[in-house]
Design a protein around this ligand. Structure first.
Ligand code: DC
Length: 221
């Protein structure tokens, strides 16, 4: 069985997807981590600059870096290894938010990463979260969700997340960062963030993590 969860930045998709996968004993595929890893490697290893991420990107570089990455999911969560090194801690920064969002609009990146995700998903019960997982990656998924919350609440969550990494941002900066990324993800011509037509929409503006999880479970079981 496949369960997809799409939604805007900082709506809590990864947290809920991981909790749901644990509860159901399913595999969890964090699709954003793939875009993050590729963006990070193109900049840190291949010497791309931010403008290059849209203009210089090519199949050779995409294949080179993705083929050297390994996705691992266990009870501790989702990890990406690059040539045996766990690069996950480098992937949740503000800079990598931008790199991932930029390359997410590139058709050849999407084709490559989607093919890789479909192979990983074969013969598995899984929960996957992202921007287009119910519309494009797994259009035949048994359950599709769209998880959202108000911009104000998502900005606070993002601010708190940054704070945990020692990065202090004002609420105004957080709202701006979250909204800029959302606008880009909604507006891009290729595989934009979208609400699947058969999705269950859950707004967790006023829900705790456990209450959000219960909303999902009510629909699935
Ligand atoms: O879910 P996340 O915040 O880790 O995703 C980071 C960025 O990656 C997001 O802004 C857009 C891109 N992305 C995408 O284009 N498609 C996906 N399925 C997942 C993420």
């Amino acid at each position: 069985m496949i369960i997809t969860i799409d939604g805007p930045s900082a709506s809590g998709k990864s947290t809920i997807a991981h909790a749901l996968a644990k509860r159901l004993n399913f595999y969890y595929l964090d699709s954003g981590l793939f875009y993050r890893a590729l963006g990070y490697l193109l900049v840190s290893q291949a010497g791309y600059t931010v403008p290059d991420l849209a203009s210089r990107i090519n199949d050779k570089d995409i294949n080179y870096y993705t083929s050297r990455c390994n996705y691992v999911y266990d009870q501790a969560g989702a990890h990406i290894f690059y040539e045996e090194e766990d690069i996950t801690p480098c992937l949740k920064t503000k800079d990598v938010d931008l790199y991932a969002s930029l390359i997410g609009g590139t058709p050849n990146v999407r084709l490559g990463l989607e093919a890789y995700m479909r192979i990983l998903a074969q013969d598995k019960n899984l929960v996957i979260d992202g921007r287009d997982t119910g519309t494009i990656v797994f259009p035949n998924a048994e359950y599709k969700f769209f998880l959202t919350a108000s911009l104000a609440v998502r900005a606070v969550r993002w601010q708190v997340d940054q704070g945990k990494k020692g990065i202090i941002v004002t609420l105004e900066q957080a709202e701006h960062a979250v909204k800029t990324r959302d606008d880009r993800d909604w507006a891009r011509p290729v595989a934009p963030l979208a609400i699947p037509k058969d999705a269950h929409i859950i707004d967790n503006t006023n829900l705790s993590q456990e209450q959000t999880l219960q909303e999902f479970l009510k629909i699935i079981t």
